[in-house]
Design a protein around this ligand. Structure first.
Ligand SMILES: [Zn+2]
Length: 303
């Protein structure tokens, strides 16, 4: 028997057993909600945060597609505003959004700003790197920048003016990023990354179509918090006689990825379905899938 950890994928048989066990849940509504959560994560690979913010409007039955938007309004909080999950995301965005003046300048330099100043650029860049990495004092930083600007007197540019342009650009950059918490909160819900906004086909399995229809016949949006997604998965595990630490919404997402890779879905389609930033992640599932290799071998050698 394979020992699972929370992040691990279940194999097809284990997943089917999990689904079957859900049918033993007494309460109609919990049974439906649990079936919904387990299929959305374990077959469509949706993240817990996505499931918890799912809205009837995301579903297009005609196209057989779930559209995960770039942004949606979250009203799940007690006050009718964003839920705790969205709030903590918004807070962390505000915290990380604003770089220091020198980080912003370094960032612009690394993008190639001032590169036309040649050796002056090289010195300004390395001085910024050293200061941002906390290797030199502010005084040493100022001295080195002053020296650097005198370095290439004959390069055809007014080095000081050029450097001031960089400082101003960095200042603008910081102002634009300086979003207040309430502004940030107004934007939530937002999916994990830009590539998470995506279309997920669901009409390959009538069972999924049915559960989506049943669920959104009862409610217009997923009605409870992000943590209840975990709780529904825990319920399913418990009734299937498994330990809570044997799987999770994330483990079910991995279950979906392994399943589709095993059935021969190619890396590009896999990446777009799961909304991964890196193609490598999709590649990992395809590589680990023995069945996929077997299918490819068969098709190559079939006369
Ligand atoms: Zn929310």
């Amino acid at each position: 028997m394979v020992k699972h950890s929370k992040e691990d994928a279940l194999n097809e048989k284990e997943f089917e057993k999990l689904l079957q066990s859900i049918e033993r849940i007494d309460c109609d509504w919990y049974r439906l909600q649990t079936r919904f959560v387990v299929l959305m994560s374990g077959r469509l690979g949706m993240r817990a945060g996505e499931i918890a913010h799912m809205d009837k409007e995301w579903v297009n039955y005609r196209e057989g597609m779930i559209h995960i938007p770039k942004q949606d309004r979250c009203t799940k909080g007690k006050d009718g505003g964003p839920c705790g999950y969205c709030r903590s995301l918004a807070k962390s965005v505000v915290k990380h959004a604003v770089p220091t003046k020198y980080e912003a300048q370094l960032n612009l330099l690394e993008q190639g700003n001032l590169v036309h100043l040649g050796i002056v650029y090289q010195e300004i860049l390395s001085t910024h790197k050293a200061f941002v990495d906390n290797l030199i004092s502010k005084e040493e930083f100022d001295n080195r920048i002053e020296d650097a600007l005198c370095l290439g007197k004959n390069n055809g540019y007014n080095n000081e003016n050029e450097y001031n342009k960089l400082v101003n650009r960095a200042q603008k950059f910081i102002e634009n990023r300086n979003v207040s918490l309430s502004e940030a909160l107004g934007k939530y819900w937002i999916p994990k990354t830009d590539s998470s906004a995506r279309d997920i086909p669901f009409d390959f399995d009538p069972r999924i179509e049915i559960v989506i229809e049943d669920f959104f016949n009862k409610v217009n949006r997923y009605p409870t918090s992000r943590t209840t997604v975990n709780r529904r998965v825990d319920d399913a595990l418990e009734i299937a006689g498994k330990e809570k630490n044997e799987c999770s919404p994330h483990g079910l997402r991995a279950t979906a990825a392994s399943y589709h890779a095993g059935r021969g879905l190619d890396v590009v389609a896999l990446q777009s379905m799961f909304g991964w930033v890196q193609l490598d992640t999709a590649m990992k599932y395809v590589k680990n899938s023995g069945t996929n290799t077997q299918r490819a071998l068969n098709s190559v050698h079939r006369k």
